[in-house]
Design a protein around this ligand. Sequence first.
Ligand code: 5GP
Length: 122
Amino acid sequence: GLRDDEPDTLFNKILAGEIPASIVKEDGKILAFKDINPAAPAHVLVIPKDRDGLTRLSKSTPEHYEILGRLMVAAGEIAKDESLGFGDGARIVINDGAKAGQEVFHLHVHVLGGRDFNWPPG
Ligand code: 5GP
């Protein structure tokens, strides 16, 4: 769809510091910050700093192996960070496309915790 090809998203404004965000982890390649509308007591988003075509996960190619690994490792580290409200057990989610609930077309990994989760997710 058209929105997959958005030149920019609000995450660029967060990356540029133009919209404030509560940053929990950052390195040269990724940024993690608290979700503004948390769906669980702990809810962090992990994004690549360079979107590099990754409007959504299904746009990924072997060129993205490295950044996707970095996002997954960061998500796993965040998921065990008790200072952020995570305990034993987290839900790690990527919404791929509007039908799956994706609203921001800059790939992001949701890390949710601090409560129990049902499966299947509905
Ligand atoms: P999606 O629905 O695309 O998978 O997830 C987008 C997420 O971004 C939502 O959970 C939403 O609450 C979060 N979000 C939207 N705008 C902002 C914002 O300005 N700041 C932060 N921190 N999160 C946002």
